[in-house]
Design a protein around this ligand. Structure first.
Ligand code: FES
Ligand code: FES
Length: 167
């Protein structure tokens, strides 16, 4: 069964007809040609498909496109403004936070969403003092980014990029 949906993707309104079983990731990549979210595992385990969905990070392989009718989707491609890289993109470049780059769009979207969660005071599994705003030390960054795997193992540089972007 097909359904017509509208998504706002990286600032552009896109209307498309999708089989109701189509994931948001496949709708973006296969139907709309938005290829910055990557298909790593297709099982919610690697984070390569992470986008910002109505401002919050989400693994697009785990959600149906039809469930996100009228949503705002921002991919790593849509983070730059006026051809200027987003501060998180710049920090990844400056800190050499990628190798093959396959996981990078997901890492960057996840890192941007994660900083907003920290700003909002959300604790993580390793936050010790739940009465104080969380301090973004390396342990917090690693824990909060643990849903994003990098097969090239660029973790150390990813952590320093995020630390720099958070400053
Ligand atoms: S492709 Fe979605 S989490 Fe791996
Ligand atoms: S840079 Fe290659 S998987 Fe992360």
């Amino acid at each position: 069964m097909d359904a017509e949906i509208t998504l706002r993707v990286d600032g552009q309104r896109r209307t498309l007809s999708v089989d109701t079983r189509t994931t948001l990731l496949d709708a973006l990549r296969e139907r709309l040609g938005v290829t910055s979210p990557k298909k790593g595992c297709d099982h919610g385990q690697c984070g390569a498909c992470t986008v910002l969905l109505d401002g919050r990070r989400a693994t697009s392989c785990l959600t149906f496109a039809v469930a996100n009718d009228d949503s705002e989707v921002v991919t790593a491609e849509g983070l730059a403004e006026d051809e200027q890289p987003h501060p998180m993109q710049q920090a990844f470049l400056d800190n050499d936070g990628f190798q093959c780059g396959y996981c990078t769009p997901g890492q960057i979207c996840s890192a941007v969403g994660m900083l907003d969660e920290v700003k909002a005071g959300w604790p993580s599994h390793v936050t010790e003092d739940l009465d104080e705003p969380p301090e973004l030390d390396d342990e917090e960054i690693r824990e909060r980014m643990s849903g994003n795997l990098c097969r090239c193992g660029a973790y150390a540089n990813i952590v320093s990029a995020i630390r720099e972007a958070a400053e």
